[in-house]
Design a binder for this molecule. Structure first.
Ligand code: ATP
Ligand code: MG
Length: 286
């Protein structure tokens, strides 16, 4: 059984003039890192809302089809119960921060306190989380007086600490510099290594290529491509759907056009070195 299954989902917000998702079907396996890509307004966030159950519990609107989490329809589970298995990290960390806790430590403890977890256990989990998210030095700072990258790490950590099986993460790095982006991806990668299922919306296609197992391309409310990361991100058809390809794939495609023989189109730096490195003679560097 797949941990997430979206079955023929069609959805319209109460105020949207048209359907925003049209017959979307998707399966995500347990432990998989699935990235959702596609142009602005395609419906990526709405699909995340549906997986988290906010569609239709919170947003209402007209929904057909269903979303199953561990085989159970989101319609049959309350939002609070869904939150225990599906953690949702929003695009803007500001939206995520409670505004109640005075410190980063308190912010991470907040959700656990609400669940009635024992204080000793809370301290233990918060300390470990501060370490994982490299937030130790900020534990006593206000969540509102730290940088955007640090805030995003707090937002991500405040969800991870609840130990959901599935992490839905919507464009976590859109407002971050390359260094902060890298730090966020390291945390997500660590969660993947711990067996969590990751569903990530991300425009930075080189990072999608580097980290995901599975890529889904949404355009205008429909899934137009769905497959392994290698398969999808080496396919020039992606460019026809308002989405970019990794720089190494573009290079490989261009080289093939010019008559170079490549066994496959590389999508990451490591694959590029393997596939096309041989075409370049290395210059000796003193
Ligand atoms: N709360 C809402 N009420 C009405 N319409 C909405 C709402 N949220 C999104 N929409 C509309 O639904 C469509 C899909 O929006 P969505 O935010 O899911 O796209 P997206 O792929 O996440 O885009 P982006 O890359 O810009 O984040 C858009 O046309 C948008 O205007
Ligand atoms: Mg979005």
């Amino acid at each position: 059984m797949d941990i997430v299954e979206v079955r023929d989902l069609t959805y319209k917000y109460p105020t949207s003039s048209d359907q925003v998702l049209r017959g979307v079907s998707l399966r995500v396996k347990k432990g998989e890192f699935c990235s959702i890509i596609g142009p602005n307004g395609a419906g990526k966030t709405t699909l995340c809302n549906a997986i988290r159950g906010l569609v239709p519990h919170f947003y209402k609107g007209d929904m057909q089809g269903e979303v199953l989490i561990n085989g159970q329809s989101t319609m049959d589970v309350s939002l609070a119960d869904l939150a225990l298995s599906v953690g949702f990290v929003f695009q803007n960390p500001f939206t995520q921060i409670s505004g109640i806790a005075k410190t980063v430590f308190g912010e991470l403890a907040f959700g656990l306190e609400n669940l009635g977890v024992e204080p000793d256990e809370i301290r233990r989990r918060v300390s470990r989380m501060l370490e994982v998210a490299k937030l130790q030095d900020l534990a006593e700072r206000s969540p509102f007086e730290i940088s955007g990258g640090q805030q995003q790490r707090v937002a991500l950590a405040s969800i991870i600490i609840m130990e959901p099986e599935i992490l839905v993460i919507d464009e976590p790095t859109s407002q971050l510099d390359p260094q902060s982006t890298e730090e966020i991806f390291e945390i997500i990668q660590l969660m993947k290594m711990q067996g969590k299922t990751i569903i990530l919306v991300e425009h930075k296609i080189d990072l999608v290529a580097q980290y995901s197992d599975h890529v889904v391309l949404i355009e205008d409310g429909s899934i137009v491509m769905d497959g392994s990361t290698d398969e999808i991100l080496s396919d020039p058809a992606v460019l026809q759907h308002g989405t970019s390809l990794p720089q190494f794939a573009l290079l490989g495609i261009e080289m093939r056009k010019r008559g170079y023989r490549l066994d496959k189109i590389p999508i990451t730096e490591a694959q590029a070195v393997e596939q096309i490195g041989g075409y370049f003679t290395e210059k000796a560097v003193d």
